[in-house]
Design a protein around this ligand. Sequence first.
Ligand SMILES: [Zn+2]
Length: 378
Amino acid sequence: MSERNMSKNHISKDKIPTKDIQKNAVSKDRKQKAAKNGEESPKKSGTAMYRIMAALWMVLCAVLLVRIWSLNHTIESLKDKIGNLTRIVMEQRDRLEKLAETSDAGPDNSPGQGEKPGPGDAGREGTEPHERKQAEGQENSLQDGNPQTDVAAANGQGIAGTAEQDAAHKVYLTFDDGPSESTQEILDILDRYGVKATFFVVGREGSQAEENLRKIVEAGHTLGMHSYTHKYDEIYASVEDFAADFEKEQAYLLEVTGVESTIYRFPGGSSNTVSEIDMREFAEYLDSQGVRFFDWNISSGDGGSFLVPVEMLIENCTAAVKDHGTSVVLMHDAAGKTTTREALPIIIETIQAMDDTVLLPITDDTLPVQHIQWKEEK
Ligand SMILES: [Zn+2]
């Protein structure tokens, strides 16, 4: 062996153990570091993570299941409550209708806030039991001989076109007890659908109320009277008291709007059981003044002190329209009647979708709907 070879062998012999030693040393060092840092081997740590994640998902699922179950429970109990409330509303409505037959005038249901509280006993007429009493025949029998003036027409209370007047079903939306904080919204809705209606207003004072009265007239709706005070015990105390209230209101409306109204709606309707004086005496007084009174043959039912559900209002206002040639629909213009305002667009849409049916304002040509027979008694 040459010296060179010997030297090579010597070197290679030396090199092998050195490399192994170095490798072992590095791996040992890593293990020590890992142990120091508290790490496990990659395989071991992956399994642990998986377990933790799985456990977390299971906890989450359990929480979600409990939540779903509790929500279902809540929904069921809410359904029960809604059912109970609807039943209570229906019971209250029946009760109020019965009360309207027998009892005296109640307190005002909701005068507009921000307005002078002048008129008192507002809005019982919605619960009158006589609302469907009026038959078409009666309307016709009452029309003849009612002296009419041209004042309303002369003051811009428009008369609808003849094509509309020929429709088989004429529907007159009427709003009692305004003006109120609702008036503007009602006017906006009517305007949106191009509908003219009739407002039977009370003697509400203040700049806002007066502004609303003017807006009613300017928008082309018919302005009707509904007494100045709306206090049953005052207006029905005697024909003289009734006349004084009537004159005050007619003069007030003329002063504010420039319109001398010639139509009237009795608070509580002509069939109210509050007045101890025969309502025919008041009817004859109005007749002597060239004023016609209008009751209603369809009631929205919104005259009580509770809120009638929107669906019920729509049903009440539209279901019987096809049964009448002339439908006078009673609704209320009062701040608290939020569902009336909600239902109004749908009521209008439903009626507008009916064949041969038109929505009109009350004019001198409108057949009066009256609950009492009074002409024949003379
Ligand atoms: Zn009223």
